[in-house]
Ligand binder design. Structure first.
Ligand code: NAI
Ligand code: MG
Length: 340
């Protein structure tokens, strides 16, 4: 068994985490979860801080985590747990696959793209200051090292998965130094190491228009931190919403798998959350285990789980966000019942 840190998180987090744990168990996934907390949940469990060092050291020890969403207060209050976690563990690459789901009607068919987001700097560096009365600034940070690291990661990911095109979304016309450096890094990695991969640069305004006109023209989308965050939810909307949008954060040593969505306070505790986004993040974790630790059992479990939820969706089992009527628990049972 592989030990994986489970962080239920806030809002709908505990509900969707319970669902994933049920499915994993029923599918005989070779994973044993140890629960650690982050976010407001950590305070409620008496940790005294929102990102307890015991949680961080458990991830460092076991290398892998499955994480529910953590609430971040708007405007004032504490810094984002998510940003802090990604920075502390150097999880520099966020990857969010975006694909049509069987039985989920959307405006577009043939959507199959992957958002690769730089996860450690840009405007999420958290460097904000009041420089004079009523004047505040937020610092956008780009380092050559991080720009090249994410460009390498994106091109390598594309080539390993037989994806043929990398598109960079940028705003280097305005942010000439920061986005300029991001582009230079991508160009350099493309030209020097992956010349056969098709490479494209789009100013993000027009890029987004093209995304909502014809998402099928995109393959791998490489973005700095803020653009990747924004584009991820837009892409989720192309294939059925946040309920079906999984993700993972990779560093050199650790990986944390989490859905794109947040803690959804509007539906928390009501048995309304779609657990699929976290479940799909869980299957990404299993496939990662299979690849990184050469464990075929993980791959078998991932395939079983995917078959089961695909079948459930095809047969009309859906939560409300997808136009269905099932609650979180009933949908979970529907998936478990279809595990073969
Ligand atoms: P959100 O993603 O939590 O919710 C946006 C909308 O999508 C809501 O109407 C919600 O009900 C719906 N939704 C989200 N996930 C769903 C699911 N699994 N099933 C069904 N419906 C779902 O975004 P929001 O409301 O902007 O943020 C809420 C909190 O979450 C904030 O404190 C934010 O900082 C935090 N957040 C945390 C993230 C993380 O931990 N990785 C990511 C995004 C937001
Ligand atoms: Mg986001």
């Amino acid at each position: 068994m592989h030990t994986v840190v489970a962080i239920p998180g806030d809002g709908i987090g505990p509900e969707v985490m319970t669902s994933v744990q049920r499915v994993f168990e029923a599918a005989e996934a070779p994973v044993s979860f140890v629960v650690h907390h982050a976010g407001q949940a950590a305070l409620e469990h008496g940790a005294g801080e929102i990102l307890p060092h015991t949680t961080l050291s458990a991830i460092r020890e076991h290398g892998l985590a499955l994480k529910g969403p953590c609430t971040t207060p708007i405007g004032t209050g504490f810094r984002s747990v998510n940003v802090a976690l990604r920075q502390s563990l150097k999880l520099f690459a966020a990857v969010r696959p975006v694909r049509n789901m069987p039985g989920v009607p959307t405006r577009f068919e043939n959507v199959d793209l992957v958002v690769v987001r730089e996860n450690t700097e840009g405007l999420y560096s958290g460097i904000e200051n009041e420089i004079a009365e009523d004047v505040v600034v937020s610092m956008k940070v780009a380092t050559r090292r991080a720009c090249e690291r994410i460009a390498h990661w994106a091109f390598r990911y594309a080539s390993q998965r037989e994806r043929t095109k990398v598109t960079v979304f940028h705003k280097a016309n305005i942010m000439k130094l920061t986005d300029g450096m991001f582009l230079e890094a991508a160009r350099h990695v493309h030209a020097s190491e992956y010349p056969t991969t098709t490479y494209e640069e789009l100013i993000i305004d027009a890029g987004q228009m093209r995304l909502v006109q014809d998402p099928s023209r995109f393959d791998v989308l490489l973005c700095e931190n803020l653009y990747g965050d924004l584009v991820s939810d837009l892409c989720a909307g192309l294939v059925g919403g946040l309920g079906v949008s999984p993700g993972a954060n990779f560093g050199e040593e650790h990986a944390v798998f989490e859905a794109v969505h947040g803690s959804a306070p509007d539906i928390a505790g009501k048995d309304l959350a779609n657990p699929l986004a976290l479940l799909m993040s869980g299957t990404m974790l299993l496939n990662h285990l299979a690849e990184a630790r050469k464990d075929d059992r993980a791959q078998v479990a991932a395939a079983r789980i995917k078959r089961a939820y695909d079948l459930a969706l095809t047969e009309g089992a859906r939560t409300r966000d997808l136009g269905g009527e099932l609650g979180t628990e009933a949908f979970t049972r529907a998936v478990v019942a279809r595990l073969t």
